[in-house]
Design a binder for this molecule. Structure first.
Ligand code: NAI
Length: 462
């Protein structure tokens, strides 16, 4: 029997980051992972492979739509799907191997297999029982199932199967206009699939600022993606090569069908803790089936912690990473902290969409006095030079104190630009603080400064 200060279960962004921080803080650390490779959903079948496909297909889109205008003449590239999948796999491999290297460097033991917690202080993997003063559950999430829809990961797929379809479907139906549906829907639309997104609600990307939702949908439609809104999917029927999706429109209960060569089910994810044995341990759960934790990520069972997608909060890799570092500090007797008010969200479509803090709708509902500073990328010289003038930066600031309350960006490199606002918010900055900071010209970031200026005396280039 081996014994550790801490055993982390799961090696996704929450688990592996936590393991590294635990080791850095001098704790004898092991991480249990049952997959063949480290990195969890994010690196193996999520964030990283989807970004490879988004990048490759964006290049194709640029070649097809903008090259000729820049004087780059010639035939657009043809798609070698198998090579694109190989490029994606190579991206996964270099990243997962990178974590293996970091584990070795930090002297973290990778216990290979699936873990059970027979009792606090013990982790069972296969026939071996390991002792651990502290256990951190970081087992992530899995696609939620939808009644009437049977996933075979070939024709009716989740995000996992959508990354390995054996060919580019002529017609793709996407169920759910959330982050997964729109990112992967974009990939296939750029590859030439006819993409129809069927969404239950009346707006895409639930929870996002309303103005961004509308503009984002307009831009996606321009890229050829069709939307059926206010539609509840009832069932799918699949043969070996085709599928049929049946949905009901909420406004009149009428039933309709769509034919497809592939169906992507992207209707959310649920916490994953199968086989851990937490029921038998009496670990308290929330009403929504997440593991309940206190401010220090401690579950109701002493010595057992939980972080990431298995607990409350947005299911985002970077939220899990932050919790992973913070819980390591707590276990090491320090003061771990996560500022849940400043967690950015990014959708890696083109243009990208990013947000942090409050939406305008949330501020209205809270009855908060606020002001809006907005700037269009059409006024940003750099964006216009690269065919990226669509979209805007919107900053929300307190009407009296000018303190930044939220930011919403749709446009080039939005997922990077948002962090300037995140840092400002961490420091409790005002919109004026951002506006008075010199921004290099010509950069996209000038649009952030202009939006901050628009919270005060006005933007310059608008
Ligand atoms: P989501 O919760 O973002 O969106 C699911 C959508 O499906 C909702 O709009 C919902 O109204 C709709 N829906 C549910 N049932 C339906 C039905 N019967 N018929 C039609 N529409 C229906 O879930 P998604 O996109 O699957 O993502 C899961 C999680 O993964 C999210 O928490 C997301 O934040 C995370 N994720 C984040 C990424 C990023 O940060 N870039 C990338 C991929 C996933």
């Amino acid at each position: 029997m081996s014994s550790y200060d801490v055993i982390i279960i799961g090696s996704g962004p929450g688990g592996y980051v936590s393991a590294i921080r635990c080791a850095q803080l001098g704790l004898k650390t092991a991480c249990v992972e049952g997959r063949e490779t480290l990195g969890g959903t994010c690196l193996n079948v999520g964030c990283i492979p989807s970004k490879a496909l988004l990048h490759a297909t964006h290049m194709l889109h640029e070649a097809e739509h903008n090259f000729a205008d820049m004087g780059l003449k010639g035939k657009s590239p043809s798609v070698d799907w198998n090579q694109m999948l190989a490029y994606k796999q190579n991206t996964i491999d270099t990243n997962t191997k990178g974590i293996e290297f970091l584990f070795k460097k930090n002297k973290i033991d990778w216990i290979k297999g699936w873990a059970t917690i027979p009792e606090a202080g013990k982790v069972k993997v296969g026939d071996d029982i390991h002792e651990a003063k502290n256990i951190i559950i970081a087992t992530g999430s899995a696609p939620a199932s939808l009644p009437g829809v049977e996933v075979d990961e070939k024709i009716v797929v989740t995000s996992t199967g959508a990354l390995t379809l054996n060919k580019v479907p002529k017609k793709l139906v996407v169920i759910g206009a959330g982050v997964i549906g729109l990112e992967l829907g974009s990939v296939y639309a750029r590859l030439g699939s006819e993409v129809t997104v069927v969404e239950y609600l009346d707006a895409i990307t639930p929870g996002m600022d309303g103005e961004v939702q509308k503009n984002f949908m307009r831009l996606l439609k321009k890229q050829g993606i069709d939307f059926v809104m206010g539609a509840a999917v009832q069932s799918t029927e699949a043969s070996k090569t085709k599928a049929k999706v049946t949905y009901k429109l909420r406004k009149d209960d009428s039933e309709h069908t769509l034919d497809a060569d592939a169906v992507l089910v992207a209707t959310g994810r649920k916490p994953y803790y199968d086989g851990l044995g937490i029921d038998a341990l009496g670990v308290e759960m929330t009403q929504r089936g997440q593991i309940a934790v206190n401010d220090h990520w401690q579950t109701s069972v002493k010595g057992i912690y939980a972080i990431g997608d298995v607990i409350e909060g947005p299911m985002l890799a970077h939220k899990a990473e932050d919790e992973g570092m913070a819980v390591a500090e707590v276990v090491a007797g320090k003061h771990g902290h996560v500022n849940y008010g400043v967690i950015p969200g990014v959708i890696y479509t083109h243009p990208e969409v990013a947000n942090v803090g409050a939406t305008e709708e949330q501020l209205k509902e809270a009855g908060r006095a606020y002001k809006v500073g907005k700037f269009s990328f059409m006024g940003n010289a750099r964006a216009k030079a690269v065919f990226a003038g669509e979209g805007f930066v919107k900053i929300l600031a307190d009407k009296d104190t000018d303190r930044i309350l939220g930011a919403h960006i749709i446009g080039p490199a939005a997922g990077d630009l948002i962090h300037e606002v995140c840092v400002a918010m961490e420091f409790g900055a005002s919109a004026e603080d951002l506006a008075m900071t010199c921004h290099a010209h010509p950069t996209y970031s000038e649009a952030v400064r202009e939006a901050a200026l628009a919270c005060g005396d006005g933007a310059i280039h608008m």
